[in-house]
Design a binder for this molecule. Structure first.
Ligand SMILES: NC(=[NH2+])NCCC[C@H](N)C(=O)O
Ligand SMILES: [Mn+2]
Ligand SMILES: [Mn+2]
Length: 298
């Protein structure tokens, strides 16, 4: 396994509920670095990307809330991710809400990589400023990375698109807005909803996802929204949806991705300790990352 570089992004500017800005602390407090070091990995925590203080926050555009703040955070993250990927290391980005993925995908692209994306999420995150029901940018990062939406997001850190639809797979979807569904169909990305996971099994779904994201690319970016998991296992998220990925399915997905040897970069987002029970979701995040980076029973 390549060296791992942890980057915290304590930002909640992409969504309405405070608390997800404490996600990096919660995940670190659950023992992330120590547990990965115990596995024999080369791990360094690079600390946090600077985030403007909430006291300065303001909404200019109801369809793109906190746009300036999201751009500032994502631009800083993009530069760090770019440098880590260019050095041959794996960036492990700790959110923060899912808008931070605009910065991480821009950073992988800026390092000159042609990559695929596996987007693990209860939601599509495929809204634009024209389709959004909430104005929250955390509902837009996958669209933005594919070149759909406001130019200040699609062109952040480099030209759009950051990734091609033919190499993008959404896994775990079960809550998609009507206009967003239309955009998803038009885009040509591959979607495995919970219904498909039920029918095919997570093993088959991930085999196909890894092939789609991995074949013909330099590697795979995993964007792991903890709300992909069932709220029973990850209650500490801002937008929980019932009927999610189980504990076992989650670990199986991470193990198969580890075994593929194609992992390039990772986001772990939407952990909100204010809504959590005794950091259960932060601990779940750490466990999943362990499986993703090669932890096995024996
Ligand atoms: N990253 C997330 N948790 N996204 C939730 C998005 C919810 C909804 N589709 C919206 O656009 O507002
Ligand atoms: Mn998401
Ligand atoms: Mn989500």
């Amino acid at each position: 396994m390549k060296p791992i570089r942890i980057i915290g992004v304590p930002s909640d500017y992409g969504q309405g509920r405070r608390g997800v800005d404490m996600g990096p602390s919660a995940i670190r407090y659950a023992g992330l670095r120590e547990k990965l070091r115990d596995m024999g990995l080369d791990v360094t925590d690079l600390g946090d990307v600077p985030v403007p203080t909430p006291e300065t926050r303001h909404i200019d555009n109801e369809k793109l809330k906190y746009l300036d703040e999201v751009i500032a955070v994502c631009t800083a993250l993009c530069e760090r991710v770019r440098d880590v990927v260019a050095a041959g290391q794996i960036p492990l980005v700790l959110g923060g809400d899912h808008s931070v993925a605009i910065g991480s995908l821009a950073g992988v692209a800026a390092a000159g990589k042609r990559f695929g994306v596996i987007w693990f999420d209860a939601h599509g995150d495929m809204n634009t400023d024209e389709t959004t029901p909430s104005g929250n940018i955390h509902g837009m990062p996958l669209a933005a990375s594919l070149g759909l939406g406001h130019p200040s997001l699609t062109e952040l850190g480099g030209p759009a698109p950051k990734v091609k639809a033919q190499h993008v797979v959404l896994v775990g979807a079960r809550s998609v807005d009507a206009d967003e569904a239309r955009l998803i169909r038009q885009s040509g990305i591959t979607v495995f909803t919970m219904a498909e996971i039920d029918r095919l099994g997570m093993g088959t779904v991930m085999e196909q996802a890894i092939r789609i994201a991995g074949d013909g690319t330099d590697g795979i970016h995993l964007s792991l929204d903890l709300d992909a998991l069932d709220p029973m296992f990850a209650p500490g998220v801002g937008t929980p949806v019932n009927g999610g990925v189980t504990y076992r399915e989650g670990h199986l997905a991470m193990e198969l991705l580890a075994d593929s040897g194609r992992l390039l970069s990772v986001d772990v987002v939407e952990v909100n300790p204010i809504l959590d029970h005794r950091n259960q979701t932060g601990r779940m995040a750490v466990e999943l990352v362990e499986s993703l980076l090669g932890k096995r029973v024996m």
